[in-house]
Design a protein around this ligand. Structure first.
Ligand code: AMP
Ligand code: FE
Ligand code: FE
Ligand code: ZN
Length: 274
């Protein structure tokens, strides 16, 4: 049913804190009528080959991308680099993030140990990609230390919890610069969820190319506000489900994002590489 076709330009897989491998993710996306998919793992372009093969096998367009953890005025700000080139030499800077996340995981394991819960990195197998708090939360469930991921966050891992260690983040301007130098289009992810709606004007001044208008955390009013903002400021529009796992949060393809958002994003990325 071509009328139901949509795109999803923000999802996660096992290369960060998503639960599905690229193949299962792409199959699920295709089953939900997604025709183009950006697997934008947190702070890594790892698995680029697996991701593009998985999309190709399922007959959907693969958009390479990453969700960069940035800091804006002391707050967490997520920035997508869509159509980034995983082979670009600038993509090598993401290795800093991978290492910092690994170091952070050791620190969190140490804190957990001092609370009497003994765990190691071996309890959290990673097939490439980067660690995030959800890996530790799931390992705590598997070990029987807590009953659910929710409880793991409530007891230990929430931002002000006893085990949480702040992660390395790019200064926002640095993130925008990197997003573009990797050949990508810099898009502010879920501004309505991050509490950044009133900061978008300043972010445009810093050089962002677009905003993620469609996101499950945005009500209809926020989507409309962001579409208007993009039109008035001549910005690009993107959207995604931020899917992480079946049964958790929004499903891949659930946001019914019009496929025509993709051409202007692709064109800007292509122009940037010339
Ligand atoms: P990290 O990037 O390692 O700081 O982990 C952040 C991720 O943890 C988010 O993307 C969410 O997927 C997840 N997360 C954060 N807070 C909670 C929470 N209270 N309950 C469940 N998951 C959470
Ligand atoms: Fe996540
Ligand atoms: Fe995010
Ligand atoms: Zn995300």
């Amino acid at each position: 049913m071509p009328g139901c076709e949509s795109v999803d330009l923000h999802v996660h897989c096992v290369f960060s804190d998503g639960r599905l491998a690229p193949e299962a993710l792409a199959r699920r996306a295709a089953g939900n009528n997604v025709v183009a998919l950006a697997i934008t793992d947190h702070d890594t372009l790892g698995g680029a080959r697996e991701k593009s093969a998985a999309c190709a096998e399922n007959g959907i367009e693969c958009v390479a991308g990453v969700e960069l953890s940035c800091e804006y005025n002391g707050r967490e700000a997520h920035l997508l680099s869509l159509f980034a080139d995983p082979e670009s030499s600038w993509a090598g800077r993401l290795e800093e993030m991978r290492l910092a996340r690994e170091r952070r995981m050791y620190e969190m394991l140490e804190r957990l140990g001092s609370l009497g819960v003994k765990m190691t990195l071996g309890d959290m197998p990673l097939q490439g990609g980067v660690y995030g708090r959800p890996h530790l939360a799931r390992a705590l469930v598997a070990k029987g230390a807590v009953k659910s991921v929710k409880e793991a966050f409530a007891r230990y891992l929430r931002d002000d919890g006893p085990v949480h260690v702040a992660k390395k983040r790019f200064a926002f301007a640095e993130g925008v610069d990197l997003a573009k130098r990797m050949g990508g289009v810099a898009v502010v992810a879920h501004p309505g969820v991050s509490g950044l709606l009133d900061d978008l004007g300043d972010m445009v001044g810093i050089g962002v190319d677009g905003v993620e208008a469609y996101n499950p955390g945005h009500g209809a009013e926020t989507v409309a506000r962001l579409l208007r903002f993009a039109r008035d400021r001549n910005l690009l529009v993107s959207g995604g489900s931020d899917f992480h796992a079946p049964g958790e949060g929004a499903d891949v393809g659930s946001q019914r994002i019009p496929p025509d958002v993709i051409a202007p994003l692709r064109e800007l990325a292509a122009a940037r590489r010339k």
